[in-house]
Structure formats: C-alpha cells, structure tokens
Design a binder for this molecule. Structure first.
Ligand code: UDP
Length: 472
C-alpha cells in the first residue's frame, strides 16, 4: 500500500480580523483533523491589537506556519469603497506571495484563497497547484457573488431573484450592488468571474442552514452554469474559546449570572453606532431589565462601517471615556444589571458561556456562526456590506432571529422597540420558537461537523483531492 506523504496546503488571508479568523480556523482543521501541514499567508496593513494577538496565539500553537507578507504601504482617498481597498491590498501582495511559493522546498499541493484573494489563482496555476476559494460567509452570499457579473441593472425596489434561491428584497441587497460607479463594483464583477476558475469553492455553511441555496448550485440550470465548479459546505467553522489562564472581569461577572440570562451586544470588529443610537440602545437595554454585556465604541455619526479596521488601531483607546456617550447615570443605574466593555470583548468566550442567552449582532458571518454554534438567538442589527442579506436570511428563511422594523444603518431604532426585541428573544413567550430554532441549529451544526456528517465529508473530499495531487 502506498502511504501518501503529508499534504501541504497554502492559505491566503485578506486583511481584517473577520477575514483572518476563518482562514486560521480552516488551517487548524486541516492540520488537526486531516493531518495536513499548512502555511497561512497573511496580508495586513497595520494590524489592530486584536489581529496581532490572533496571529501571535496561532503562531505559538505551532500547528502551522504563518507567513506575514511584506507590508505594502498604501493610502486611499477617504471615499474609497471597502471592496476596492481590499482588492488593491491583495493585488499589491501578489508578487511577494509568488516569490514565497517559488522559494518553498516543500511546495504546497493546493492554494486556498479567500474572497479577496482570487487573483492569486493564477499563481496556483503557474505552480500546478490545486486551487480553492474559501467563502468565509454563507451560500446566499456565494450565490450573489458568482451571479453578480450576470445580474445587469438592478431594478429599484424589485427583489433580486438569484436562480434557485429565495428572493432578496431590494433594500437588503449587498451594499456593493447600489454603487455601479464605484471601482469596487468592477472589482466585484472580476471576483465573481474568477471564483469559477478554481477547482472548488469552500463555503462556511451547512445543509440544515441553507439547504435551498446549496441545492441551487447542484440542480438549478442557470446557477450550475454560473458557478461551474463543486461547492463544498464545510460549516459551521468557528473559533472556539481558548481556555484562558486567567479570567477577564467580564467573564467573572458572567460566572455569577443565571443560565441564559444575559444578552450580548456587539457589532463586529468594525461596526459603530451613531450618537443618538448609542443613547437609544442604552435606554432600550435598561428598560428591558434583562442582564447585558455591551461592547461600546465611541459613536460615529457619518459611517457605521468598518472604520475601525483602517483608522483607529488602538482597541483600548477609549477605555475610560465611554460614559461620555451614554445617558446620564446609565452606568450607575445598570451596575447590577449589566456590563459595558469598551471597544473589544472576548466574544467567543462570552457566547460560549452558559449565562449568555441572546445576542444583538450586526450579522457578520463569524459572529452569526458563533451565536448559532452556542444555540443563541439573534436580534439582527445589520450595518453595512452583506449584513442586511444575512439578516434577511436569518429572520425570514431560517427563523433564528428578529430585527427592527427600520434598517439600523438608515434610521435610529427607538428604545421601546429595542426593549421589546430584547425581551422577546430572552424571555417572552413569542420568542420561544426562535430560541428553539437556535438550539436545533446548535445540534445540527455539531452533527454535520463530526465524522460522517455532511460538512466533515465535504472537507474530506477536498482532502482526498489534495492527497491525490500530492501523489501524482
Ligand atoms: N470580535 C471579538 N470581540 C469584539 C468584536 C468582535 O472577538 O468585541 C470577533 C468576533 O468574535 C468575530 C469577529 O470579531 O469572530 C468579527 O467577525 P464578523 O464576521 O462577525 O464581522 P466583521 O467584523 O468581519 O464585520
């Protein structure tokens, strides 16, 4: 019998905490479950403390190599859209990725790139490597992305029909669709066309979550013609809380709370609220009389989107000054009810804690999956990018979330509505179905990820392809 030599894969992560996490998790899974060796190439501009810490802890675990590609100094005009920023940063990193791969003695058998790394597929071709695109998001997002080049003009107020998928209401489309004049729009078309040039797509979802959309890739004639390559649903792939040597104050506080009694409020690695919304959120939480942990950032009135990615790099920068933005006396009145954490919280530890029972989330895909794997129902609070599409899916199609009537990126959601929503997902009778759905998805996520489950098998198929390529 021929014993295959250990397969070596290279993974390429684009900048930003939310992009880095899933790539690192995928590398971990390939190494620990499938005995691969891996090199993770990282493109960063000016890593935030959270990113640096993530890289450090991944490096010290010694499971795989981490190669930070040489920093490219880029300045963008402030109005540059986020897709363009990401695309240009990744493009600039290609020459160093090329020379790094060329110089490797144990040449990887496959290159796995994320959404913004698809231009690197041609490097994999040059070195006869297999190539995969890892969509660290959901199947609906993948369907939208590959169909985007063929969509033509989107009719205002008409829902978007992605072949074989549930319609997406116009106002909930991925933000990029509304800006045909932006460079990012053209970059997105390019990405949509490059994905099908890979050997396969890996997507962080699973059958019970998105059965219909996943089925469209196999059985809808138009979608099949667009995507062209196999889609491997390997989710839920999430970071698990590391066992910390010492507990943070917020976890010590959680330890003292009853099971499923705390709502966690967070808007991802970059989301921010306006001044008025911050005040309404505070009142809403207080009025609900539910325990809470709230990651509070200084409000920004002109931009809810990832400004923290690219501007403020000091996660602890406002540690002492948060109370300035909160209603008078809020911290004192809620000192028994909740905890305010400035800037950044140990989210995965909080969501994994038995005392956490609900989450107000911007519906970034990592945060969404982190909620689902712990059976936590969601109040969807989408702010930018594809978060509105995610929120639509979670509320309308999956039934694990509720959301405010108005779009939080466009209107201020009032305190009474927040109070009502928090009570609904945490304690009220009408929230029971949503809480139950969250528990069901938790179980199904565990099942598909264990040996013999659909997600385990989907990753095993890629593993097999890589092993075959290593032998040939
Ligand atoms: N996160 C965290 N602490 C925070 C805010 C975010 O650990 O205070 C982590 C969160 O657990 C998730 C990631 O940052 O893994 C955010 O990724 P997501 O895809 O949800 O949103 P993005 O930040 O990319 O919009």
């Amino acid at each position: 019998m021929v014993i295959p030599s250990k397969s070596h894969v290279a993974l390429l992560a684009s900048p930003g905490f939310g992009h880095l996490i899933p790539v690192i998790e995928l590398a971990k899974r390939l190494v620990t479950v499938h005995s691969f060796s891996a090199t993770v190439f990282v493109v960063t501009t000016n890593p935030s403390p959270a990113e640096s810490q993530l890289l450090q802890s991944a490096a010290s675990a010694n499971l795989f190599d981490i190669a930070v590609l040489p920093h490219v100094n880029l300045t963008f005009p402030p109005e540059t859209d986020i897709v363009t920023r990401m695309a240009v940063m990744m493009r600039e990193a290609l020459p160093s990725l090329h020379s790094s791969i060329a110089g490797m003695t144990h040449r990887p058998t496959a290159l796995i790139v994320d959404l913004f790394g698809t231009e690197a597929i041609k490097i994999a071709d040059e070195f006869d490597m297999l190539k995969y695109v890892f969509i660290a998001s959901n199947a609906l997002f993948l369907a939208f992305t590959v169909y985007f080049p063929f969509m033509g003009k989107i009719e205002k107020d008409e829902p978007l029909i992605l072949p074989g998928c549930n319609p997406v209401p116009f106002e909930n489309l991925n933000e990029i669709a509304f800006h045909p004049e932006a460079q990012g729009y053209q970059e997105y078309i390019r990405i949509g066309l490059e994905i099908p040039t890979a050997n396969g797509v890996i997507v962080n979802t699973w059958e019970d979550l998105e059965g219909k959309t996943l089925c469209s890739f196999k059985s809808n004639e138009i979608m099949k013609a667009v995507i062209k390559i196999p889609v491997h649903a390997i989710g839920p792939l999430v970071r698990r809380a590391p066992s910390a040597d010492s507990k943070s104050a917020v976890i010590e506080w959680l330890d003292m709370q009853p099971n499923e009694s705390v709502v966690y409020v967070s808007f991802g690695s970059g989301g921010t609220l306006t001044t008025q919304q911050t005040i309404e959120m505070a009142w809403g939480l207080e009025l609900s009389q539910q325990r809470f942990i709230w990651v509070v950032r200084p409000p920004i009135d002109y931009d809810a989107s990832a400004s923290l990615y690219f501007e403020s790099k000091d996660d602890k920068s406002d540690g002492g000054g948060i109370s300035r933005y909160l209603p008078d006396g809020f911290l004192a009145r809620t000192s028994d009810l909740g905890r305010v954490v400035p800037m950044w919280a140990p989210q995965e530890e909080i969501l994994a804690h038995p005392a956490t029972g609900g989450c107000i989330s911007h519906c970034g895909w990592n945060s969404t999956l982190e909620c689902l794997v712990h059976g936590i129902p969601i109040i969807g609070w989408p702010l930018y990018a594809e978060q509105n599409m995610n929120a639509t899916m979670l509320t309308r199609d999956i039934g694990v979330a509720i959301r405010p009537t108005g779009q939080p990126s466009k209107v201020t959601v009032g305190r009474e509505e927040i109070e009502k929503m928090v009570r609904k997902i945490m304690v009220d009778k009408e929230g029971a179905t949503i809480r139950l759905k969250a528990k069901e998805l938790q179980k199904s996520g565990e099942k598909v990820s264990s040996k013999g489950g659909s997600s385990y098998d989907a990753l095993s198929e890629i593993v097999k392809e890589c092993e075959m390529n290593t032998l040939s």
